[in-house]
Design a protein. Structure first.
Length: 278
C-alpha cells in the first residue's frame, strides 16, 4: 500500500457535481475538507433528511440540498450508516452516469454489495477514521476493476481532504483495516481513560490526572507522527534499565499483557467485521 496526502487547493478544478449522500459527522468532516481544498459549494449536492445548521448555511452559498431533479455526477460519496444503505442508496441512482465515480465510506459494506446496488459503476470502498474531524484521519481504499487511473486520483483527492490515504489491492484486508484504524481511536481513548483512573488511584487529583493523561497521549502521538523512528524505538528511548518506566513495562509486557490483549481485541473486531459483511 502506498501513502498519499493532499495538497491545498487540490479540488479547485474538480468538475462536479459531487454528490454527498449522508452529512453526519464523517460526511460533514469530508464536506469541510473539500471546501477547504478549493471545491466550490456550488458544485456540491447533499442528500440528507436531517441537515445540520452548517449544511443549511452552505445551501445559502450555492450548495444544492435534497434536489428534486438529478443529473449525472462526476462523483458520489456514500457516507450513510451501513444499516440504512438498502433504503438510502437508491436515492443516488439518478445521479449515476457512465463516468460517475462512487466512493463508499460505509463500514462492512462490500464492493459486491455496492455493485449490486449500483450496477456498472466504478466503485471505491474506503475506511476512514474519526480523526478525520480535524483533518488527521487515515483512510484505506480499494477499487473495483472499473475504476480508471483518473478516477483513482479523484478518489484520492476527495479522501485526502480528511487525512492520509492508503490504497490496498485486496479487499480482503478491509476488515482488518477497520479493526486497526477504524476502531483504533477507541483503543487510544480507552488507554487515556485507564491512565487517568490509574493516576487517581496513585494519588493524583482527578483534574491533574486527566490533564497529564490528555497531554501525554496527544504529545506522544504527535511525536510518533513526526519522528522517523518506529514505535518500538521511541518506547525504548523512554525506558531506562531498572527505572520507573521499566517497572511499569514489566507489568504491561508479557503473557496476558498489552500485546496479547490488543492482538485478541483486533482479531475480535476483524471477525465481527466479517460477520457484519455477511
Amino acid at each position: 500500500m502506498a501513502a498519499q496526502r493532499s495538497n491545498r487547493r487540490t479540488l479547485a478544478g474538480f468538475p462536479g457535481p459531487l454528490v454527498l449522500l449522508g452529512a453526519g459527522k464523517m460526511g460533514q468532516a469530508m464536506l469541510d475538507g473539500w471546501l477547504a481544498r478549493g471545491l466550490s459549494a456550488k458544485k456540491i449536492v447533499v442528500i440528507e433528511p436531517q441537515p445540520s445548521k452548517a449544511v443549511k448555511a452552505l445551501a445559502r452559498r450555492g450548495l444544492v440540498l435534497n434536489p428534486k431533479q438529478a443529473k449525472p455526477a462526476a462523483a458520489i460519496v456514500i457516507a450513510v450508516k451501513p444499516q440504512t444503505a438498502p433504503e438510502a442508496i437508491p436515492t443516488v441512482r439518478p445521479f449515476t452516469g457512465k463516468s460517475t465515480l462512487v466512493v463508499s465510506i460505509m463500514a462492512g459494506r462490500t464492493i459486491r454489495f455496492l455493485e449490486g446496488a449500483l450496477p456498472g459503476a466504478a466503485i471505491v470502498r474506503a475506511m476512514p477514521n474519526t480523526p478525520a474531524a480535524i483533518g488527521r484521519g487515515i483512510t484505506v481504499a480499494v477499487g473495483n476493476n472499473k475504476v480508471s487511473p483518473k478516477q483513482r486520483k479523484q478518489a484520492t483527492d476527495l479522501l485526502a481532504a480528511i487525512g492520509a490515504v492508503e490504497w490496498a489491492s485486496d479487499e480482503g484486508v478491509m476488515d482488518a483495516v477497520t479493526a486497526v484504524s477504524g476502531s483504533g481511536p477507541a483503543y487510544v481513548f480507552l488507554l487515556a481513560e485507564a491512565m487517568t483512573k490509574a493516576g487517581i488511584a496513585a494519588g493524583l487529583p482527578q483534574a491533574l490526572a486527566a490533564k497529564l493523561t490528555r497531554e501525554t497521549v496527544a504529545g506522544s502521538g504527535e511525536l510518533l507522527h513526526r519522528s522517523d523512528l518506529d514505535a518500538a524505538a521511541l518506547r525504548q528511548n523512554v525506558t531506562s534499565p531498572g527505572g520507573t518506566t521499566a517497572a511499569a513495562l514489566e507489568v504491561l509486557i508479557g503473557p496476558g499483557g498489552f500485546d496479547e490483549l490488543l492482538t485478541r481485541a483486533i482479531a475480535a473486531a476483524t471477525r465481527r467485521g466479517r460477520e457484519l459483511a455477511g
